[in-house]
Design a protein around this ligand. Structure first.
Ligand code: 3UK
Length: 532
């Protein structure tokens, strides 16, 4: 069942990957390491300890047995909301090995977001970190499909305790005979209007991203030690810290806490990873930290950036300071990982690089024709790791997955040398710290404040040229737009939505620019913000 690179692979571009029809992704990602004699090698290092590939294999089997014993089977969903630690890969891969479909979700969301995801996915089980339990406790009785609640941690809050279930479970498990095209796992992707979309990936998706991007472009090898500040629930982090290192037999550092300069530099100095994966906002914050390490304190060989465009200046300053390149590349939840990227030794800061071999790109101009060199248009991508669609959402699936081609929702320009440069989103979505934020969701939260009459939220570049949400607010009659009210509005959003969505600036205006039909003219606000 193991996917294999065919013999002459290093000679061909893109690499030809043979995936058998009967293929279970978890079986492959684990067994290939045991077969290569890596059982005693460390696979994961988390905040509590170190785990070999043999340990991981056993934990995966125990998780598979535990979920199976609860009555879960092929195609049933299990929602996984867990901080980055060994139980994350063990539960995720354990479910997959049993043919159960893990739905891995962002740990920073609100109870209302989780209620939607549990009901939309009809997950029969939930696995949640003890620290995240407060966001789930109030909603569970409104989730009629949920049969089992499993809490991971010391105190299971009166529910099933993950550590007890796996301790009782058997240590061997024969992988479910899934096909390469069977649903394997879901990730939720946010849209500008409406609710998040369950993005369905098949068993072959993970190994494609590893063999097309991680091995040939990143040059990932078994002797690498990798550390991703982007968490496992994010498609970027899932590849970085699970599919890629397991595909090549590398070791991975996991960190439960929020990535801050202090927590990230502590790992870079203590564990000395050779590969670091971050988002632009974090690179900016790391470079601005007062206690910046010396080059010799770190063992980095290469870094990657994704989630939003990396400002050229941040890339250059990082390379100057640490002597390593940041490979900026664009990926998406829909394509699972990076399909357009800079390469080591050929980095052009300010661009997203060139197509990853194995993926095809098209830029379509406003007239619907192929855009010429230096002409902006909508980017479409074709490649084998594309999701099969959005769960239970025909309209959005049809608009995004066009047969072989997937619409990225991004504007791009191709130059004469074959480098692609990001030109903004074609919808209203913002990427804030690499994560999607819908301006409409922020507007709706602000409108629930009693002193707000009208509001428009747009993305505005900060001093590092990274986009953050800004709110233009018209107050109700007689209410003064004071800085105290501005701060109160930021707090109001933080209390209602995932905190990273709050507007970094609030500007009070007497009225919003509107069309004759009353539609807010965002482009006018963007021009206003850009002119300062
Ligand atoms: C934007 C970028 C410019 C772009 C992701 C790496 O970000 C990831 O997935 P999401 O579904 O968002 C996708 C959207 O994010 N974007 C991502 N990377 C870049 N824009 N330069 C970049 N380098 O709008 C894209 O459509 O959250 C990133 C790997 C896997 C991923 N899922």
């Amino acid at each position: 069942m193991t996917a294999a690179l065919s013999r002459a692979d290093h000679a061909v571009s893109p690499p030809a990957i043979e995936i058998p029809r009967c293929y279970n992704a978890a079986h492959d990602l684990i067994e290939r390491n045991l077969a290569a004699g890596r059982g005693a090698k460390v696979a994961y290092i988390d905040d509590a300890g170190r785990y070999t590939f043999a340990d991981l294999a056993e934990r995966v089997n125990r998780a598979a047995n535990a979920l199976t014993a609860l009555g879960l089977g092929l195609e049933d969903r299990v929602l996984l909301c867990h901080l980055d630690a060994i139980d994350w890969p063990a539960t995720f891969l354990g479910a997959i090995k049993a043919g159960i479909v893990p739905v891995a979700v962002n740990t920073l969301l609100t109870a209302a977001d989780y209620e939607f995801m549990l009901n939309d996915s009809r997950a029969k089980a939930l696995v949640v970190s003890e620290a995240l339990w407060p966001q789930f406790a109030p909603i569970l009785e409104r989730c009629p499909h949920l049969r089992h609640v499993i809490v991971s941690g010391a105190n299971a809050q009166g529910r099933l305790r993950l550590q007890d279930l796996v301790a009782r479970a058997g240590r061997s498990y024969t992988a479910a005979a899934t096909s390469c095209d069977d649903p394997c796992f879901w990730l939720y992707s946010s849209g500008s209007t409406g609710t998040p979309k369950g993005t369905v990936h098949v068993h072959s998706s993970m190994i494609y991203t590893a063999e097309l991007y991680a091995r040939p472009v990143l040059g990932l090898r078994a002797d690498d030690l990798v550390f991703s500040a982007a968490k496992l629930f994010f498609a970027y982090g899932l590849g970085n810290a699970l599919s890629f290192p397991l595909a090549v037999g590398a070791t991975t550092v996991l960190m439960a806490e929020r990535p801050t300069p202090a927590s990230v530099f502590a790992r870079l100095k203590r564990e000395r990873p050779t590969v670091f994966y971050g988002v632009p906002t974090l690179y900016g914050a790391l470079l601005a930290a007062p206690d910046l390490p010396q080059r010799g304190d770190l063992a980095l060989r290469v870094c990657t950036s994704a989630g939003e465009a990396l400002p050229a200046d941040i890339g250059r300053r990082w390379t100057e300071r640490f002597g390593v390149e940041i490979l900026d590349g664009i990926g998406s939840t829909e394509m699972l990982h990076i399909f357009l990227s800079n390469r080591p030794g050929e980095v052009r800061y300010g661009t997203s690089g060139k197509a990853v071999p194995g993926y095809r790109l098209r830029i379509v101009n406003e007239a619907g024709a192929e855009a010429g060199v230096d002409e902006i248009g909508d980017l479409l991508v074709s490649g084998p790791s594309a999701a099969t669609g959005y769960w239970n959402n025909r309209e959005r699936s049809r608009a995004t997955f066009l047969g072989e081609w997937t619409r990225t929702g991004d504007k791009y320009v191709l130059d004469r040398d074959g480098y692609y440069t990001y030109g903004g989103r074609s919808d209203d979505m913002l990427k804030v710290g690499g994560i999607y934020v819908s301006p409409f969701e922020v507007e709706a939260a602000l409108l629930t404040h009693p002193e707000v009459l009208e509001v428009a939220v747009i993305g505005v570049p900060d001093e590092q040229q990274l986009i953050k949400p800004k709110a233009y607010v018209v107050t109700k009659q007689g209410v003064a737009g004071t800085s105290a009210l501005g701060e109160a509005l930021k707090l109001h959003v933080k209390e209602r939505l995932a905190p990273y969505k709050y507007p970094r600036w609030v500007e009070f205006v007497p009225e919003l620019p509107k069309t004759a039909t009353g539609k807010i003219q965002r482009f006018k606000l963007r021009a206003l913000a850009g002119s300062r």
